[in-house]
Design a binder for this molecule. Structure first.
Ligand code: PMP
Length: 394
């Protein structure tokens, strides 16, 4: 049977760029001791007290259909958090709870785009972005950000592609680059989206991992609340990746339609997960800082190691749980470098090319193993890069 064009072309050209990750997993399956610096998953599990809250809720009978937009108390808590951190008054009617940030990205594009509409996003990008855009029938249009500018997007480049487009997706703090968009970048983005009447979809799932701040939420900029769909999640902030609990903050009229979309797709988030999510948010900022701390420390460790040599250049990691390294001095592509490193030293990093053309010749190191192992792996990686650069010159 022929499947729909939409579902059979989600990956575009077919290569989703995850070959290295699959190869690393295969090696691990064969018993090889691979240092895994590929995906953005904490090296700790969800905190026991959050699991206890989840268990208590389920045991008390909270296992039926939950409120589709989210339980009132959790929507209120998210609204309060957004109000406190952004200064912009936000209520329950602006908030819908979703099965993680990924579902929120899908639903936000559903709200913004019709079939065939052009949807802009910044390259380098989180791996799912183009497929998410295609899944709503829209056409993904990458806007390249430059390594030499620390991967801060240039509003003038966005403007060149904005005519007739419907939406722009941004992500600060950024995966994969670690960039945190500054005031100049955000003001420029706000201007472009208003000039071209675009929706701004702002993926802020790393908002608790900001090392060089401040984190600017573009919804707070003048004229932006009415056109911004802000995405949040407990995955990164509370080490709850498997719980699938996130949200969209949107104008009330959009929330009303998103609730219809949820009713006809995922039918909401499990009630006991929402109870645990509420409990987690009530733990407050000190808990979030504790979850973020290892990444702050490891980012410093990697930046120091890179600063002590000349071959590899680091993109300043201002936020999130990654370090993006420019390995072009080796003369290799990110993909060739990553595969050669995996083969020679059993260290798995993501090729920049997995995150778009703008990250070619780079690799992304996830800061997701303990400090000693990370230090040893990055030292080996830097030596390997030096050897390759020397070989390329001879
Ligand atoms: N956005 C970005 C930039 C991400 O890196 C991720 C997860 N790696 C997500 C969204 C989705 O996260 P989740 O669905 O777990 O909330």
């Amino acid at each position: 049977m022929r499947q729909s064009r939409r579902i059979s072309t989600l990956n575009g050209d077919g290569d989703d760029g995850w070959g290295l990750f699959i190869e690393a997993r295969r090696m691990i399956g064969n018993g090889v001791d691979v240092t895994e610096l590929t995906i953005g998953e904490h090296d700790i599990r969800t905190d026991a007290q959050i699991l206890e809250a989840m268990h208590a809720s389920a045991s008390a009978g909270n296992t039926g259909y939950a409120m589709i937009p989210g339980i009132d108390a959790l929507r209120d808590k998210v609204a309060e958090r957004v109000t406190e951190r952004s200064g912009l008054k936000t209520t329950r009617d602006n908030v819908m709870i979703t099965p993680g940030g990924q579902a929120a990205l899908f639903m936000a594009h559903h709200a913004a785009c019709d079939e065939g509409d052009r949807a802009l996003f910044i390259d380098p990008y989180y791996a799912t972005y183009p497929g998410t855009i295609r899944s709503v029938g829209a056409v993904p249009v990458p806007v390249k950000a430059r390594s030499a500018h620390g991967f801060q997007p240039d509003p003038a480049e966005i403007a060149k592609l904005a005519s007739g487009a419907k939406s722009l997706l941004i992500n600060s703090p950024n995966n994969p680059t670690g960039a945190v968009y500054g005031a100049e970048t955000m003001d420029g983005i706000a201007r472009v989206v208003q000039d071209h009447d675009l929706w701004l979809i702002s993926d802020e799932v790393y908002d608790t991992q900001v090392w060089e701040g401040p984190h600017i939420s573009p919804r707070t900029l003048p004229g932006m609340a009415e056109r911004t769909l802000q995405i949040g999640s407990l995955s990164k902030s509370h080490a709850m990746t498997g719980s699938r609990c996130g949200w969209i903050v949107a104008p009330e009229a959009v929330t009303e339609n998103l609730i219809q979309l949820a009713t006809n797709t995922n039918y909401g988030v499990a009630g006991f997960v929402q109870s645990a999510g509420l409990f987690a948010l009530e733990l407050g900022e000190a808990f979030e800082a504790r979850i973020a701390e290892p990444f702050r420390r490891r980012r410093g460790l990697v930046m120091d190691l890179v600063a002590a040599q000349q071959v590899v250049r680091a993109i300043p990691a201002q936020g999130a749980m990654y370090a993006m390294l420019d390995i072009r001095a080796t003369g290799m592509s990110g993909e060739d470098f990553a595969f050669a490193l995996l083969k020679a030293h059993q260290i798995a990093v993501m090729p920049g090319e997995s995150f778009g053309q703008a990250a070619a010749g780079h690799i992304r190191v996830a800061l997701t193993v303990d400090d000693d192992r990370l230090r040893a792996a990055v030292a080996t990686l830097l030596d390997f890069a030096r050897e390759r650069a020397e070989a390329a010159q001879n």
